[in-house]
Design a protein around this ligand. Structure first.
Ligand code: DX5
Ligand code: ZN
Length: 227
């Protein structure tokens, strides 16, 4: 029996002037994690939030804060994100020269260490770090913006990664991010994915609370009545 899907709404699609209300709404919807997208205008062509906003969010919720760092030279800021209250700190393999050192640094602050790959980065780039990583985040869009279209090579990549993790009996979570909505979430989950990020798929729906429930139900194999 597989574990139920972990649903991680991305706050990138939230209303930033009433963030707390949106967080309460996600709590009512029984979101599992809050996915926080940190962008620096260098690694990706967009700029979002940093440690001060994350620590403000930390002060109002007990939900797991899943911090996705789309930034160049993440080592410089890991301590700041750890102190701000992140639970999971995910860096991009494309942004790390010494990935093993970066992963160990995240763990040294008592945080879960995640490693992310862009859609065009070979999966083999994380093969050596797999025993040390707590989470691998597979991008299913090119990072930088919400609301982009899902890139289907994700299915093959997720299945291969699932095999690698299971064959070695590793305790590593597979997360997918980008373009996941109610109509493709069960297919993503069935490719062996544990945690699923959705931004516009949740926030652009008329009832985000019900949408999270429908997404969980779809992964559990149930029929979804809500669109
Ligand atoms: C994209 C971000 C995603 C984004 C997902 O760079 O990493 O987390 O918010 O948004 P949707 O679900 O709308 O593709
Ligand atoms: Zn993200």
């Amino acid at each position: 029996m597989r574990k139920p899907a972990i649903i991680a709404p991305s706050l990138l699609s939230a209303n930033f002037v009433r963030l707390e209300e949106d967080i309460r709404m996600l709590e009512r919807g029984k979101a599992d994690w809050l996915h926080l997208d940190v962008m620096d205008g260098h690694f990706v062509p967009n700029i979002t939030i940093g440690p001060p906003v994350i620590s403000a969010i930390r002060a109002v919720t007990k939900l797991t804060l899943d911090c996705h760092l789309m930034i160049t030279d993440p080592d410089r800021y890991i301590e700041d994100f750890a102190k701000a209250g992140a639970d999971i700190i995910t860096v991009h393999v494309e942004a790390c020269t010494h990935l093993h050192r970066t992963v160990q640094r995240i763990k040294s602050f008592g945080k879960k260490a995640g490693v992310s790959l862009n859609p065009a980065t070979p999966l083999s780039f994380i093969k050596e770090i797999l025993p040390d990583a707590d989470l691998i985040l597979l991008m299913s869009v090119n990072p930088g913006f919400g609301g982009q279209q899902f890139i289907p090579s994700l299915f093959r990549r997720a299945s291969t990664l699932r095999q690698w993790i299971d064959t070695q009996n590793l305790n590593c979570t597979i997360e997918v991010d980008g373009g996941v909505k109610l109509d493709n979430i069960s297919e993503v989950y069935n490719a062996g994915v544990d945690a699923i990020v959705s931004g516009s798929g949740i926030f652009a729906s008329t009832d985000p609370v019900q949408m999270i429930a429908s997404m969980k139900e779809a992964c559990a194999g149930g029929l979804s009545v809500f669109v």
